[in-house]
Design a protein around this ligand. Sequence first.
Ligand SMILES: Cc1cc2nc3c(=O)[nH]c(=O)nc-3n(C[C@H](O)[C@H](O)[C@H](O)COP(=O)(O)OP(=O)(O)OC[C@H]3O[C@@H](n4cnc5c(N)ncnc54)[C@H](O)[C@@H]3O)c2cc1C
Length: 525
Amino acid sequence: MFDYIVVGAGSAGCVMANRLSENPGKRVCLVEAGPPDKSPLIHIPLGLALLARAGGIKWDFNTEPERELNNRKLYWPRGKTLGGSSSVNAMIYMRGHPADYEGWALAAGSDWGWERARKIFLAMESNVAIFGVHHGKQGPLTVSNLVHPNPLSRAFVEAGIECQFPDNRDFNGVSQEGVGLYQVTQKEGRRFSSARAFLDPVRGRVNLTVETGALVERVLFENRRATGLRLRGRDILLRYGGEVIVCGGAVNSPQLLMLSGIGPGEELSHHGIEVVHDAREVGANLADHLDIGVLAATRGREAIGVAPSFLPRAIRSAWTYMRHKTGELTSNVAEAGGFVKSDPLRERPNLQFHFLPALMRDHGRKTSFGYGVTLHVCDLLPKSRGRIGLASGNPLVAPRIEANYLSHPDDMDVLLNGLKIARRVLEAPAMKRHIKAELLPGPQVQSDQALIADIRARAETIYHPVGTCRMGQDAQSVVDPQARVRGVEGLRVVDASIMPSIIAGNTNAPVMMMAENVSRMMLGQ
Ligand SMILES: Cc1cc2nc3c(=O)[nH]c(=O)nc-3n(C[C@H](O)[C@H](O)[C@H](O)COP(=O)(O)OP(=O)(O)OC[C@H]3O[C@@H](n4cnc5c(N)ncnc54)[C@H](O)[C@@H]3O)c2cc1C
């Protein structure tokens, strides 16, 4: 019997397990559906390029046919191993814009405003490259500069500056706007996932049990109070007064709540699930960053390529990495990027670039032969909203993901401008001298109509779904400002699903910050 049971050892779950097990008098169980994080593809940063093909450590979800995207079913990978998505992500360390958190404060109260968030980011961070008032240096989460940025990533930054975007050396500093190289969650040339930062250091605690390969099928209730979890063939139980903390991520958390009887009553009844609490917004308010890439072949061989001529370099890189943990294998692929406005009249950036010194097709599931670059651009503040629903009452069946991308007409305008701006950057002299030919959308695609058709044919997720168990002060929200699920006792949700609105940036660090914030509330700190 446990005082706390945490479901999901992802970005949020590892932080929760660490903090809640600090008190040796409290017994904590962390339950993870995936296996331990043993694969070298997780730990060697460039392994990311092959992770999309790796089996067993991801949930390989797909959306329902997306109406505005030619009815395509989009691939939605999520991490399924210790560290969750922080073990398969691109390692970019980004907090988002202060205004994002001011929006959260309006929705969920001052405990979620920028002042508090900033303090927590600093306390969690150990930045080994940028110092000063905007960064922490004693926290558990190591943040580094890229060890070996590709020359093309530097050329991209130069090209951005030539386009009059600010030269930004620190996206988490004074201002988010501009172009630059990203900082990464890496330590000494290895991925620093949430599991490495928060779980590994406390694995020896006798009051902490970690179960892997254990899919939670539902939360158990007695008189609307959580009493434990049901797994295949067995239950894990709470001591009286204990709590279950669901950290399954933006897709799995709403699914688990629904399987447990918390969700839209009619939908649950349709799947033969007994309703514990009729909560209409479970699964609703899904927001994500939709992204489109410009691919171009390069003249030289600086890029990370797939070609016989790359082989000697690959062997040298592997040798360097084995000996020193440096060299090209430390690349997070999405090495550079930036934040710009789709329209100069906007108050703050609403587009983000991810620049890859490599050709990337279909999330890396298709091999792109030759040398080239990919410049991704995504809409950071989309107005379209989707939902997660149940496809079945069977916990082994993936939920229905209706992302509803571009269902709000403004979102297409933003992405269209983004695509044009991305092309402009690749046309600037510092990049142009490297480019042999644009491959996609392709030089023949020029009119707005043709570009819109290209977006419909090719846009993909940049992996930041949030909001499906929305946190708020209002009675309709799924969780209250302390992340407690409304309508029942002894149950919280803490992960990307509770974001009141989407962050204008990458979501890993914000999720870890949220988990630390809730831990402090639970521990009365
Ligand atoms: C390919 C990819 C690239 C990304 N790149 C970046 C990046 O560079 N920078 C950045 O900031 N963000 C990035 N992100 C996003 C970021 O990693 C996620 O937003 C963040 O990790 C989400 O954290 P979470 O705690 O909500 O969920 P997760 O980290 O996904 O954790 C959920 C965990 O719960 C487990 N789980 C779920 N259901 C159950 C169940 N029923 N029983 C037991 N266990 C369960 C899962 O297996 C998983 O381990 C990326 C994401 C992906 C997928």
